[in-house]
Design a protein around this ligand. Structure first.
Ligand code: MAN
Length: 206
């Protein structure tokens, strides 16, 4: 009888603690009722959510301050990657992020520079009959700096020069000086910006 009553009292105590009516003094929770612990857990979870939202907002704010070229035309390209083989390497451009080279015979990527800014540069180049080439005049270029350090040289850097093309494609890659690269790239993103070369779209200006 005594054991039975004792057990019932214990059960009742547990039930009251579980329902937040009685403080749980038995464990390491320093006398907090379940309700308080639940509220703390919810608070921690909400705090974590808020931190994540704040981080996202920071990323978006920084993103908005970046230069995505005339009329922000490059925003949609961000993170898209195109590549080509040249010599011993496969070269890759991930728009508005970085350029890399990867040995064809295996091995990791070498960073050839991280995107820093847009520039305008004047070029004078032939255009092949296929229409793939920079041509001559002012072109939009994307500067990539602070890539992997080059032994006995600078940190790798790449200038990516853009010309109007139907598809995003790497046309040419050169190492102008040791670890200083130049990439010629065709993209529809600059067709409007380049005026005359944009005519292929057949859009009449009013
Ligand atoms: C690697 C590549 C080359 C570069 C040399 C410099 O082989 O990144 O492009 O010229 O390193 O040591």
């Amino acid at each position: 009888m005594r054991t039975w009553v004792d057990q019932k009292l214990r059960d009742m105590r547990v039930m009251l603690i579980d329902n937040g009516i009685l403080a749980d003094t038995s464990s390491g929770s320093a006398g907090e009722s379940k309700a308080v612990q639940d509220a703390k857990n919810r608070f921690d979870a909400a705090k974590k959510d808020l931190d994540n939202i704040r981080n996202d907002q920071k990323t978006h704010t920084e993103d908005l301050q970046k230069d995505f070229g005339p009329d922000d035309v490059f925003r949609a390209l961000k993170g898209q990657c195109i590549s080509t083989d040249a010599g011993e390497y496969t070269y890759e451009l991930c728009f508005l992020e970085k350029t890399t080279q990867k040995p064809k015979k295996g091995g990791g990527h070498t960073n050839m520079g991280n995107f820093v800014r847009m520039e305008r540069i004047v070029v004078d180049e032939d255009v092949s009959p296929s229409g793939k080439g920079l041509g001559s005049g002012e072109r939009i270029a994307m500067k990539h700096e602070n890539g992997q350090h080059c032994w006995n040289g600078p940190n790798r850097s790449t200038t990516v020069i853009l010309a109007c093309s139907e598809n995003n494609e790497v046309w040419k890659i050169m190492e102008e000086e040791k670890c200083v690269y130049r990439m010629e790239v065709g993209t529809p993103a600059v067709c409007e910006a380049l005026g005359a070369s944009a005519k292929s779209g057949g859009k009449d200006e009013l």
